[in-house]
Design a protein around this ligand. Structure first.
Ligand SMILES: [Zn+2]
Length: 83
């Protein structure tokens, strides 16, 4: 069984900018960023919450939660590692 409870991943990403839409596609898309979960060494997409202030998702294998706070400013980084 799993240990009692690992702390959730909470990443504070300063300057994280919302992903840009594909300019060739006008259909609205959910914002997402790519996360590598170090716990299980897997990549997974994490989608934005309804209020638009967090990206939130779970490790596809062990279901550990990850939350990424969206900061002001701009960076094109779209992939992060949850350690
Ligand atoms: Zn995991």
């Amino acid at each position: 069984m799993m240990p009692a409870r690992d702390p959730d991943y909470i990443l504070d990403v300063e300057g994280l900018r919302e992903g840009t839409e594909d300019p060739g596609c006008s259909a609205p898309k959910r914002r997402w960023i790519g996360i590598r979960f170090d716990c299980c060494n897997v990549y997974h997409r994490v989608y934005k919450t309804k209020d638009g202030t967090w990206y939130r998702g779970w490790c596809p294998r062990c279901l550990r939660e990850v939350r990424i706070r969206v900061g002001p400013g701009g960076t094109d980084a779209r992939f992060f590692i949850a350690r």
